[in-house]
Write a protein that binds this ligand. Structure first.
Ligand code: ATP
Length: 358
């Protein structure tokens, strides 16, 4: 759970590498105890921003505050912030226990204190039974937990994680996403995770920032960003979106002479080019045109792809080069008995339309 209080304030931070502006006037407040995700395509500046917060890079402009104090003059090891690298950087010749206790030994804590803290963290990361092993005697997921334990044992205020699950296969990743969330909840510190995997960010984060070309394209709770993307870029980056290009009308978007209804963005004036976006899971397929206020487009089923629990139906719609994707639970779609080649009405409620002007 996240509190409302700010821990870290990133204030108008800019970082350039020669001609490349890696981070471009970014301002963000990270809250106490929240799980925050920085999300975006490769090269959008996520890692650079994380490294600035950790103190491994100095911003060209702007500053980073912790509890209201400027962190800029502090070296990385003087910040109550820990960065967990993608490679985990474990010491190969040391046992799990040694890997975890090493940082505390460097701090000169008493043996009793070290033993207590290491014991607690190994238990929390479910590593007690593995404490005498070396990293090469562990699985990828176990190594990941050791890296986490090593970062958490120092009790940082903020833990920064750069692609923490990047080295794991899909199944383990999904398991570790929940694990990471459980751990964060238990230790109650702010986690900032960098990922390019949108699903991972949606699953784990209390809030997320989508970055595009060094800037924050949208900031919000996962549901808000997914349901109400602020731009075409965000809509396309987070999940699959069907997009209908047309012109703005009084009550929606005019697409190929048909009105597709939806709430207009503030300040929009009819006649301008606009895009109406709708998620695949919001589409219903009907044999007859509905007589109520739903949007309805005549379509033809092009192909049907089985995905286990879901069916993906690709539809051809006149005036649209790309197929429209409708996702239905397998049980519902099987009951309807859809066939490739069949003509249908592709329908959705106007409240599920998202109209964008950019
Ligand atoms: P990825 O997901 O691929 O790791 P990212 O979003 O983390 O990407 P960054 O690593 O922050 O992106 O890089 C942002 C931009 O800054 C890129 O264009 C990158 O090439 C450039 N860049 C990053 N570090 C340096 C550096 N030390 N010297 C020069 N250019 C750099």
């Amino acid at each position: 759970m996240s509190g409302q209080q700010g821990v870290i304030s990133i204030e108008s931070v800019t970082k350039r590498f020669g001609a490349v502006t890696a981070v471009d006037a970014v301002s963000l407040d990270l809250r106490e105890n929240e799980f925050f995700a920085l999300l975006g395509p490769s090269g959008c500046g996520k890692t650079t921003l994380l490294r600035i917060v950790a103190g491994f890079e100095t911003p060209d402009e702007g500053r980073v505050l912790l509890d209201g104090k400027d962190l800029t003059p502090l070296r990385p090891n003087r910040r109550p912030i820990n960065l967990m690298f993608q490679s985990y950087a474990l010491f190969p010749h040391m046992s799990v226990e040694k890997n975890v206790s090493y940082g505390l030994e460097m701090e000169g804590l008493s043996r009793a204190e070290i033993r207590k803290r290491v014991g607690e963290v190994l238990e929390m990361a479910q590593l007690e039974a593995l404490s005498k092993r070396r990293p090469d005697q562990l699985s990828g997921g176990q190594r990941q937990r050791v890296a986490l334990a090593r970062a958490l044992v120092k009790r940082p205020r903020v833990l920064l994680l750069d692609e923490p699950l990047g080295a794991l296969d899909k199944k383990l990743r999904e398991q570790m996403q929940l694990e990471l969330k459980r751990l964060q909840d238990e230790v109650g510190i702010t986690f900032v995770v960098v990922t390019h995997d949108q699903e991972e960010a949606l699953v784990m984060a209390d809030r997320l920032a989508v970055m595009e070309d060094g800037r924050v394209a949208q900031l919000g709770a996962p549901r808000e960003v997914y349901e109400q993307p602020a731009s075409r870029f965000v809509a396309g980056f987070i999940g699959v979106m069907n997009a209908f290009e047309g012109t703005l009308a009084e009550e929606g978007v005019s697409f190929g002479g048909q009105l597709l209804r939806g709430a207009l963005p503030g300040g929009a004036s009819p006649g301008k080019p606009a895009l109406l976006a709708v998620r695949p899971e919001r589409l219903e397929l009907l044999q007859e045109r509905p007589a109520d206020g739903r949007n309805a487009l005549p379509a033809k089923i092009r192909d049907i792809a089985y995905h286990g629990t879901d069916l993906n139906l690709h539809l051809t719609v006149e005036g649209k080069a790309e197929p429209v994707l409708a996702r239905q639970p397998a049980w519902a779609a099987e009951g309807a008995g859809w066939q490739a080649g069949q003509e249908v009405w592709c329908c959705w409620q106007p409240r599920h339309s998202r109209i964008l002007l950019d």
